[in-house]
Design a protein around this ligand. Structure first.
Ligand SMILES: [Zn+2]
Length: 337
């Protein structure tokens, strides 16, 4: 093994140990070596049992918020750490390429990439889907389902000890939810066109790209754009792996933060929508099928590939999606008309 090989092995995968948050360590190490002009912020610091957990953002490219923008969000559900890891691995590669790739440097003069890689660090530390207070952030928004949501999974206010807890009535948004809402409003709402990709894992055998709504079976106002984006992806990458569908095709849910943000955007219901929130739901049941013992792991469960070669494959697998969405957000005028 050469020195380069051993370096690659130690830096490319994430080793999980109790009491440590390797994702946050890697993110903070990356923040230390960001290229000039990259903006980073500690948006909030959460405390849990006397320990501090920062929520960091990183923004690449033009400081002008009217420029087209892609947002990458990860770690909304603490158990689904592969989402944060995939974003961090992608950003590490991007930062390395920005050192020498002048085309890439220039591409950011009129484009922005804004990232919130670990929204729920306390949940991640605890190995839970919910945040430290037992609230499922993706059920926390003030959005009510139209029709009948499935019991529990559609969001419940019975107890934080059951999954999919929305928070107590009247409590408002959790700190992490508010951070996401403020960040997306500030960084995306003035943009000429923006796409947000929220990276999750844990549903089914396939990688899915979900578009709104979660709250209703009605089409959302951007449905025509989705049809065009779907066709663009198919033509550009005929062998792509994604099943693109409305989230409500799988289940209806109250409290989805992307439903909430979509309806908050001033242009969603007035003329042409220019904000498109998507969720990447990596099909993690395949990892379990190949490694059934991992379902017994309390901290990892069925939401995360344990084997390092499977982690690496996951990191590679979605790079072209991130790059495609960068270009699709930047050149929206060429495919939306
Ligand atoms: Zn999730």
């Amino acid at each position: 093994m050469t020195q380069d090989d051993s370096l690659d092995e130690s830096t490319s995968t994430f080793y999980l140990e109790p009491g440590r948050l390797p994702e946050l360590e890697r993110l903070e190490a990356l923040i230390e070596r960001l290229p000039k002009g990259t903006r980073t912020e500690r948006l909030q610091t959460l405390t849990h049992k006397g320990k501090s957990f920062p929520i960091h953002s990183i923004c690449f490219g033009s400081p002008d918020p009217s420029q087209p923008t892609l947002a990458l969000v990860g770690g909304v559900h603490g158990l689904e750490r592969i989402g944060s890891q995939t974003i961090i691995a992608y950003l590490e590669s991007l930062v390395a390429r920005l050192e020498w790739d002048e085309d890439l440097q220039r591409s950011f003069e009129t484009h922005r990439l804004v990232c919130l890689p670990i929204l729920n660090p306390v949940g991640m530390m605890l190995g839970r889907r919910s945040n430290g207070r037992g609230v499922d952030l993706m059920r926390n928004a003030p959005v009510e389902v139209e029709g009948r949501a499935p019991f529990l999974v559609g969001g419940q206010r019975i107890s934080p000890w059951l999954p999919w807890f929305r928070g107590k009535k009247g409590d408002g948004l959790e700190t992490e939810s508010q951070v996401l809402v403020d960040f997306i409003q500030r960084e995306l709402f003035s943009s000429s066109y923006s796409i947000a990709l929220d990276v999750h894992s844990g549903f089914g055998m396939r990688d899915r790209l979900w578009y709104p709504y979660a709250k209703t079976k009605r089409d959302f106002p951007g449905i025509r754009q989705i049809r065009k984006l779907k066709s663009l992806l198919k033509r550009s990458y005929p062998n792509h792996v994604y099943l693109i569908e409305a989230q409500h095709k799988q289940y209806l849910a109250s409290g989805d933060l992307w439903d909430y943000l979509l309806d908050l955007h001033p242009d969603t219901h007035a003329g042409r929508p220019r904000f498109l929130p998507l969720t990447l739901e990596m099909g993690s049941w395949l990892w379990v099928k190949k490694n059934p013992l991992q379902i017994l792991s309390h901290r990892i469960g069925s939401f995360h590939p344990i084997k390092s070669h499977r982690q690496k494959r996951t990191f590679r697998r979605h790079i072209y999606l991130f790059e495609f969405l960068m270009k699709a957000s930047k050149f929206s005028k060429n495919w939306i008309s």
